[in-house]
Design a protein around this ligand. Structure first.
Ligand code: HEM
Length: 137
């Protein structure tokens, strides 16, 4: 991956990490506004779920230069997501909600370059997860 993409994503994530609980809440708000039918898939405590999501994004962001480690983690995450009832098309909705959340959290620091870098990184993660889901089905 382009080193500049990695730096833009890692540096912008550092600014979101201190407001992780609020960012997680905003993310679910954005997600359920985009597609209210996704609500039924989430059966656990949403605060806990939000924590796990933010930790996982943080872990993925820190491993962008170590794809050999990251890819198998995403593949097993994807297999669990098939069991949660997640479909391929949901990845696009989640990506949209994530970008919107970053925009809300970062404000003017969510520059077009930062947006592009996150789009690249999210698309890569989603592609790995969708391929692993297909292998599982
Ligand atoms: C890059 C993409 C994604 C990441 C990093 C991610 C991360 C996570 C993590 C860390 C968990 C905690 C449980 C576990 O580790 O198995 C989780 C659970 C879950 N995720 Fe995701 N996820 C992603 C995409 C999606 C998508 C596209 C959907 C579709 C709506 C989704 C829906 C869910 C649901 C329903 C659960 C279980 C919630 C529950 O048990 O209540 N995720 N996700």
């Amino acid at each position: 991956m382009n080193p500049n993409t990695v730096i833009l994503v890692q540096e912008s994530w550092k600014k979101v990490a201190p407001i992780a609980p609020q960012a997680a809440a905003l993310f679910y708000q954005n997600l359920f506004t985009a597609d209210p039918s996704l609500k039924v898939l989430f059966k656990g405590d949403m605060v806990e779920q939000g924590k796990k999501l933010m930790q996982m994004i943080g872990a993925a962001v820190s491993k962008l230069e170590d794809l050999e480690t990251l890819v198998p983690i995403l593949q097993s995450l994807a297999v669990r997501h098939v069991a949660y009832g997640v479909k391929d098309s949901h990845y696009q909705t989640v990506g949209g909600a994530l970008l919107k959340t970053l925009e809300q959290g970062l404000g003017t620091e969510f520059t077009p370059e930062v947006k592009e870098a996150w789009t690249t990184v999210y698309n890569l993660m989603a592609e790995v997860m969708i391929s692993a889901s297909a292998a599982q089905a």
